[in-house]
Design a protein around this ligand. Structure first.
Ligand SMILES: [Zn+2]
Length: 269
């Protein structure tokens, strides 16, 4: 059985067992903290209304994407653009992005932990033992994690599975937060966007570096000689990885849904 299939089966069995696990945790919690289960009230927090889909900004091109990600004088700009061009040549990157933006089933979503976070923050809720942890059925995605980390409410950092969801949407704020709330969220989003940008740049540029040409054999020169060569010297190329000349399967998978989860997330690690 393929590793991928085995992993998928294991994942779905785990999901099937999740309700049983949750019941066990709840029972355990009731035994450890019985006072939480006396005179309590459950409240439902409605999710944010779904916003309009952001369209592809006029004339979406590789040059346009790179122009928004890098300052014009950046030394990484040319290399990043070259890496994206290779992806486009091999896997039709740009038409896939456009197809994604125009897909009829695609719509922005707010993840549950952020809906709760803003509601708890706006209402000035008190936490038991001042532990500002928001429990969720699974680790936070990349964007939720950085939203929480950059939020001024000083919430506890959750575990993170490092996936990004292209349809991720920030939570709406209560009208009562007014301009202060809007500015607060703008600052969070600026820092979050920078985190996404940095992670994408690292992934694309690291992969691109491993794609550069190098000899496919060491022609009898031992690795010891290569290790002793001065960095950047004539033998430095011998220290490069053995397999190359093609786009990294990992990067291609990222752009071609190979790393996408069943719910559309893409791993950034
Ligand atoms: Zn999330």
């Amino acid at each position: 059985m393929e590793n991928e299939t085995r992993t998928a089966i294991r994942h779905y069995i785990g999901r099937l067992c999740a309700p049983r696990r949750a019941a066990r945790v709840l029972t355990y919690a009731a035994m450890s903290y019985p006072h939480f289960f006396c005179d309590f009230m459950l409240e439902r927090e409605d999710s944010t209304a779904i916003s309009h889909r952001p369209g592809p900004y006029g004339g979406l091109t590789i040059a346009g994407i790179c122009g928004r990600m890098f300052p014009s004088q950046s030394s990484d700009l040319k290399e990043f653009q070259e890496a994206l061009q290779i992806l486009d040549d091999k896997r039709s990157l740009m038409s896939r992005i456009l197809e994604f933006y125009t897909g009829k089933d695609w719509q922005p979503r707010v993840h549950a932990e952020l809906t709760l976070l803003e509601a708890l923050h706006d209402n000035g809720c008190k936490f038991f033992n001042d532990d500002k942890y928001i429990a969720c059925s699974k680790p936070a995605c990349f964007c939720c994690y950085h939203y929480i980390c950059n939020h001024p409410g000083a919430f506890t950092r959750p575990p993170c599975h490092n996936k990004v969801y292209p349809n991720w949407q920030p939570p709406a704020l209560a009208k009562s937060t007014g301009e202060v709330g809007a500015l607060r969220q703008r600052d969070i989003m600026l820092r979050l966007t920078q985190e996404v940008r940095n992670a994408v740049m690292r992934k694309v540029l690291d992969t691109h570096k491993s794609m550069r040409w190098h000899p496919d054999s060491s022609t009898g020169i031992t690795s010891l000689i290569a290790k002793e060569a001065a960095p950047g010297g004539p033998n430095d190329i011998l220290t490069m990885p053995e397999s190359s000349g093609t786009v990294s399967p990992q990067l291609l998978a990222t752009s071609s849904s190979g790393e996408e989860s069943e719910d559309g997330g893409v791993a950034l690690d």
